[in-house]
Structure formats: structure tokens, C-alpha cells
Design a protein around this ligand. Structure first.
Ligand code: ADP
Length: 718
């Protein structure tokens, strides 16, 4: 079985080796075991159920709560030549019926279904009419109350599953589960003697950092300006902040989109699409954004504020670098942010048990923000993984600041908290150390403690900060519940007895960002990106759907000149090689032997293949040059050959000229009867996506013709 799996990995996906855990998970599932697999975001969960689905007879059901993710996955599978479809609320009634009918005929190897769609009758009819060998449940932590994203529809699903007459293999997947949540998933889904796989939670391509004590606005502007060519997400805790941060960026001349619960569905969908298509690079969002965004080339995730818990943080931060390239995750932290999160929890809908769980999670999050330990280690430790070496690139590992001896301050703080006997919170302890005349403090007689006023030389806020730092370092703890009390842990004793010294690093204000090398570029890489942009625009899909940056970079390094050479590149399987091989090879060969040439050199009309009619120094833009050749009677494929471009690139040029209002002889490309058909299809379907239009039309009508009609009639949005 595993040999076949390896062949599929190469033939379909173009990958040579399985990632950690994948092979074992695939073997277990294919051999019929229920499975719980916990893999970090970007770890490659999808392949773990897609390959068994291809190996097992029948149709595998994939349960996923994320509508846009389903769509992306199904689109990707189809591009790879695998039959797949989804059923969710985004489909029109007719489309839904059609897919269901096809599904019942067993046409799909994978059928993605939203949990809300899977009520008892639906389950019954699917399981009666279909052979379902496997049910894969994505984001399985949603079934657990202990998780951070509990969903009742997952609970119902668990009930239906257990009542199925021929219950298939069940495989549950998640990226975030503490041991507690993992146990809950097994119990709730009634997994039968499941194989459990927990692969490393560490994400070696992420550089984590916590930045505190900076002017956030300035930091943000500088941070983003350094990365103008990169996609990034900025998470804020509230809608209001999302609005403010977005305007801040826009005022600085940076193009940013916003996404939060206060915007209409269509506004959100539009911004999300723009971000996916790389039309805007920066997305400022609340946590409403993300469940469902599977954009692989997000190069940074910056948290404007402390999030509510470490699971959410790691999940959100983990949206950076899904493609495995170096990426930055930055948390901007101010102690006061705690209050905002606390307020959000208190105002929330959960019952008091739930709130108490949330508050303890918040405290842990705060410990993360203050810890001097390796940040990656801190996180994986939380998820129950030990013995992970220091990452060597987080802000703690890179912190070179001199440690200051603060043993005396620690002794004062610890002895004060010890004397308060675990009956008060951090703020009250800070007031006592500060020597405050607070009314409640006096009522409790805390001014009579010997530690009263010991730290009066410091501002109260700094004293509180210091106490929180001691909590983060494990010398004190906070109780659970809405009003957490602070008390000593056993670690405090050696300090109080003078056997242990305490040093604190005072963090340098702004971390020098790592300046990763994934932004490195070459003329060929740029040319490939340009080709991909145009091909994506012709097909109406985001660029990453065609190829990831990493794949383009590998092409640029390997310079393949045959389909066989191309197939040896990671990320290129047979379907993509068939479809894009010729184009890529022509882009590569157009750059061959011209190490210094760049796309812009070609764009300026100075390419060696530019017609002689244009003198050196003529600044005719590249697309205009193609148009001129077209209007002189050449076909796009002839122009492509002549200029050493792909045909898609030349077609993109002609469309651009049309958009810019230049005269283009479209009748040479689109006969009038085709134009009518295309217009008819557009009227029926709209122009949001080209693929449905193409599917509606006779197969001889090309994407170029469809795009041409849209441009010619000025129907483009915006
Ligand atoms: P997850 O769902 O775990 O977040 P995905 O299934 O989306 O992750 O996979 C993340 C990325 O890793 C995808 O682009 C996928 O194609 C890629 N990937 C998965 N398995 C491998 C592999 N064995 N070799 C190389 N890339 C892989």
C-alpha cells in the first residue's frame, strides 16, 4: 500500500518524500484503523486523507467547517486531476442538487461536506447509496468544549457517525490540541482504538518574536515598509482597532484591506479575494478572518495585541509560512492588553466554567509574552511535546541584552505576595509594594505588612509588570477564575532563602527583523512570477493555485528545459506539467544565456528578440510592443515565439492594451457568434470567476476569448 502511496505522492503532487508523520498516518488509515492525527498548520494534513481516499474504493467524505478552504481544496484537487466536489451553503440550489446527484453516482473520490449539511437523513441517504470507505474530519478540535473553537454541529455529527450501519474508518485531524482536547476528540467521536499521531508542533520556518515597550504605530509602519512585496496579516483584538490600524497604514501610503465581523458579507468576501489574489498585500483583521484562509505565501503575521489564548495565537500566527518558506510572527505586547482580553471574556457568552477556562488560558498567553525561554519551545511544551531544542531564531533566542541582577527586587515581591496569603490579586500586591493609600488596601490593613512601600521608588505599573514577570517565570502562580489570586510556587523558596539569584533581560526595544531570504529574487524568478500572475488572471484563480513561490524558485534555480526535468521539481506532478510545462520551459529558455536580463529589460523593448523597428532606448512598454506585432497580423503564438514569451504572457499583454483603451482587432480572435455566446454566458453567470463561464461554453472557446470579451466590453470590476 505504502509503495502505491509514494507513487501517488510523486505522480499527483510532484513530491518525492513524505513529511514527518504522513507515511505512518496514511498506512494506518489505509489499513483500516481509526486515527487521530495532530499535525501543525502547514504540516500537510490534507495529503494524509487525500491519498488514502485515492487508494480506497468508493467516495471519501471530508468534513470541514471552512467553506473557502473546501473550495480551495477541491479546486486544487481538480487541477491535480482528482475528481472532487463540495457541498455547502455557498452553492446555489441547482448546483447543489447536481453535485449531490453526481456524488450519489459515485463520481467523486472525495466529497467535502460542511458539518451543518450532515443531518441524520443526509447521512442515511449517503451511507445507503454510496460506498464510503473513510470519513476524514478536519479541524476536529471543534468537537471539544475544551478547545478554543467549539462548534455544536460537530457534536451532532459525532452522534450521526455512531449510528451509521456500516461505519467507515474515521480519521480526525487537527493542528491544535492539548492532551485534554485530544482525549475529548477520541471520546466524542467515539474513535475505535485509534492510532494517535502527534508530529512535531514546532514550525522551523517561523521566527517568533514578542516586541514590547515600543511605539506600536511606528514599529508597524517600519515593519510593513520593509516588507512591501510580501503578503501579511495584522490581527487586532477588536473591530475598532482593525479600522484604526487599517487607516493608519493607508495614511502611510500602504495599501491594506480590512476584515471583521462588522462588515457586510460581500465586503468581506471581496477583501478576502483581493488578498488571495495578491491584489492587496496587507490584511488587517480580527480573528473573524482566517478560519478558511489557506493562502500559502503569507510571509508575516503580526498581532497588534495580545490574543486570548495560546492555541488561537499559534493558529493565527501559523497562517504565516504554510508553504514552508521563512516567515515572521510578531506579537506586540503591552501589559494593559490583558485588560482588553479580560473584558472580552467577561462580556462573552460562555457560562462561568467556560469563562474560568478562558481566563486561565489568558494568563498562560501572558506568560508567553513575558517569557525569556525560547518561544517555540514554550509553545510546543504547552501542547505536550518535550525535548525540543531551542529554535535559535525567536526574539528570546536572539536576545543579546545583558541580564540585570534583580534578586533583591524579587525577594521583596515574593515576600510581599507570600504575606498576602493568596487572598489578593496582582494589582493589590503591586499597590502594597508601592505603598498606595488605596481605600480597600487600608480597609484590609495591608499597610501594616512589613513589605508595604518596599518598592515605592518605582511606578505602580512597573511593579505590577514585575510581578507578572515573576508569574511568567514560574515563581508565582495565578489562581483560576474571574478574579485570579496570586500566590507563591515552590520555586520561590530558594530565592527567598538566598540560594538562587534572579536575572532579567531588559529587552532591546525593537527586534532587528530577521530579513529572511525567501524574498531573494532573480531575473528568471521574476519572469516566472510575471508569467504566473498573467496565467492566474486568465484562469481567474489566485497565483498560488498555479504554483507556490517555492516551486517557482526551484524552477529558477534548476532551469528545466524539458518536461522530464520539470517533473523532477518539487511541487510539479503530471497534471501541472501537462498544463503549464511548455509555458514554463519557454519562460526559462527566454531567459537562458542572458544572466543579466530582467523582465523590465524586456519590458522596455530592449530584448534581443524585440523587432528592429524599435530603436534602442525606445520606451515602448512590453505589452504595447506585443499589440503592435498583433496589429501587424501576427498571432499571439507567433508573437510569443518571436519574443521568447509564453503565449499566456502575450495574451495578457493584449488584454491589458484593451483595458487601457488601445485599439485591438478582437474579431481576429473572437468570431461574432462566439462573442454572442460568451456574452450570454456572462449574463447568466456573472464575471466573478472565469471557470464557470468556460464550463458553460463549447470547449473550443478559449479563456483568452472570454477574457477578451470582458475587456472589450469594459466589464471588469473596479
Ligand atoms: P495543513 O492542512 O496541515 O495546514 P496542508 O495539507 O495544506 O497543511 O499542506 C501544507 C502545504 O504543504 C501544502 O502546500 C502541501 O502541498 C505541502 N505538502 C504536504 N505534504 C508535502 C510533502 N510530503 N512534501 C512537500 N510538500 C508537502
Amino acid at each position: 500500500m505504502i509503495e502505491q502511496a509514494k507513487q501517488l505522492l510523486k505522480r499527483i503532487y510532484g513530491y518525492d518524500t513524505f513529511r514527518k508523520g504522513q507515511e505512518d498516518i496514511i498506512s494506518a488509515i489505509s489499513e483500516g484503523s481509526d486515527t487521530l492525527a495532530i499535525l501543525p498548520t502547514g504540516g500537510g494534513k490534507s495529503i494524509c486523507y487525500q491519498i488514502p481516499a485515492m487508494l480506497l474504493p468508493g467516495t471519501t467524505l471530508v468534513i470541514s467547517p471552512l467553506i473557502s478552504l473546501m473550495k480551495d481544496q477541491v479546486d486544487s484537487l481538480r487541477r491535480l486531476g482528482v475528481s472532487a466536489a463540495f457541498l455547502n451553503s455557498s452553492l446555489g440550489a441547482q448546483e447543489y442538487r447536481e453535485i449531490l446527484r453526481n456524488a450519489m453516482l459515485g463520481e467523486y473520490k472525495l466529497l467535502y461536506v460542511a458539518p451543518e449539511r450532515l443531518d441524520a437523513p443526509m447521512f442515511q441517504s449517503l451511507s445507503e447509496q454510496l460506498h464510503i470507505p473513510l470519513i476524514a474530519i478536519d479541524e476536529a478540535h471543534c468537537v471539544s468544549q475544551w478547545g478554543h473553537d467549539f462548534r455544536p454541529s460537530y457534536r451532532q455529527l459525532a452522534g450521526h457517525l455512531s449510528r451509521m450501519p456500516n461505519r467507515p474508518i474515521v480519521a480526525a485531524f487537527t493542528a491544535t490540541a492539548t492532551t485534554e482536547v485530544a482525549d475529548d476528540i477520541v471520546a466524542m467521536l467515539k474513535l475505535r482504538d485509534p492510532n494517535r499521531f502527534v508530529t512535531g508542533f514546532a514550525r522551523p520556518n517561523l521566527s517568533l518574536s514578542v516586541v514590547s515597550g515600543v511605539d506600536k504605530k511606528r514599529f508597524l509602519r517600519e515593519f510593513v515598509k520593509e516588507r512591501q512585496e510580501q503578503s501579511g496579516i495584522i490581527y487586532t483584538a477588536t473591530r475598532k482597532e482593525a479600522e484604526e490600524v487599517c487607516s493608519l497604514l493607508q495614511q502611510s501610503g500602504l495599501e491594506a484591506g480590512k476584515y471583521h465581523g462588522g462588515l457586510s458579507d460581500s465586503e468581506r468576501a471581496e477583501t478576502q479575494e483581493k488578498f488571495r489574489f495578491d491584489h492587496i498585500r496587507i490584511m488587517v483583521a480580527t480573528n473573524a478572518f482566517g478560519m478558511g484562509i489557506d493562502k500559502p505565501n503569507v510571509r508575516y503575521v503580526l498581532h497588534w495585541q495580545l490574543p486570548g489564548d495560546l492555541e488561537s495565537y499559534y493558529q493565527e500566527a501559523g497562517r504565516a509560512g504554510r508553504d514552508g518558506e521563512e516567515s515572521d510572527c510578531v506579537l506586540l505586547f503591552e501589559p494593559a492588553d490583558m485588560q482588553v482580553q479580560r473584558f472580552l471574556i467577561e462580556q462573552g457568552t460562555g457560562d462561568s466554567d467556560r469563562k474560568s477556562i478562558q481566563l486561565s488560558k489568558l494568563h498562560l498567553m501572558m506568560n508567553y509574552s513575558r517569557t525569556q525561554r525560547c518561544l517555540q519551545q514554550f509553545i510546543v511544551d504547552y501542547f505536550g511535546e518535550s525535548n525540543v531544542p531551542n529554535c535559535g531564531k525567536c526574539s528570546s533566542c536572539l536576545d543579546k541584552s545583558e541580564p540585570i541582577n534583580r534578586t533583591e527586587d524579587a525577594k521583596m515581591a515574593l515576600s510581599c505576595v507570600g504575606r498576602m496569603k493568596g487572598r489578593f490579586g496582582v494589582m493589590m500586591a503591586a499597590k502594597v509594594l508601592k505603598g498606595s493609600r488605596d481605600k480597600r488596601l487600608l480597609e484590609f490593613g495591608l499597610d501594616r505588612l512589613s513589605t508595604y512601600g518596599l518598592m515605592r521608588h518605582l511606578p505602580e505599573k512597573e511593579v505590577a509588570d514585575w510581578l507578572y514577570w515573576l508569574v511568567a517565570e514560574g515563581y508565582m502562580r495565578l489562581s483560576e477564575g474571574q478574579y485570579p489570586m496570586v500566590s507563591l510556587t515552590s520555586n520561590a523558596l530558594p530565592v527567598l532563602e538566598g540560594r538562587e539569584a534572579i536575572t532579567q533581560r531588559v529587552r532591546a526595544s525593537v527586534r532587528q527583523t530577521s530579513g529572511n531570504d525567501s524574498g531573494s529574487t532573480s531575473p528568471l524568478f521574476d519572469a516566472l512570477k510575471q508569467w504566473r500572475r498573467e496565467a492566474a488572471s486568465v484562469e481567474g484563480v489566485p497565483p498560488f493555485m498555479i504554483f507556490f513561490d517555492a516551486t517557482l524558485r526551484e524552477i529558477a534555480n534548476a532551469r528545466p528545459l524539458s518536461i522530464n526535468e520539470l517533473l523532477s521539481i518539487k511541487g510539479i506532478g503530471t497534471a501541472k506539467a501537462d498544463k503549464y510545462g511548455e509555458d514554463i520551459i519557454s519562460v526559462v529558455s527566454s531567459q537562458d544565456g542572458e544572466p543579466g536580463s530582467t523582465v523590465s529589460a524586456m519590458n522596455s523593448g530592449r530584448s534581443r528578440k524585440a523587432p528592429t523597428a524599435h530603436r534602442e532606448g525606445d520606451e515602448l512598454p512590453s505589452h504595447m510592443l506585443s499589440l503592435e506585432m498583433f496589429n501587424n497580423g501576427m498571432t499571439p503564438s507567433e508573437i510569443a515565439k518571436e519574443r521568447g514569451f509564453s503565449q499566456v504572457t502575450v495574451e495578457g499583454h493584449i488584454i491589458r492594451c484593451t483595458d487601457e483603451g488601445h485599439e485591438v482587432e478582437w474579431e481576429r480572435i473572437i468570431p461574432s457568434h462566439q462573442e454572442d455566446l460568451i456574452l450570454g454566458a456572462i449574463e447568466k453567470i456573472g464575471i466573478e470567476r472565469l471557470k464557470p463561464i468556460k464550463d458553460e461554453l463549447p470547449s473550443e472557446i478559449t479563456y483568452f476569448a472570454i477574457h477578451g470579451v470582458i475587456s472589450k466590453h469594459g466589464m471588469k470590476e473596479g
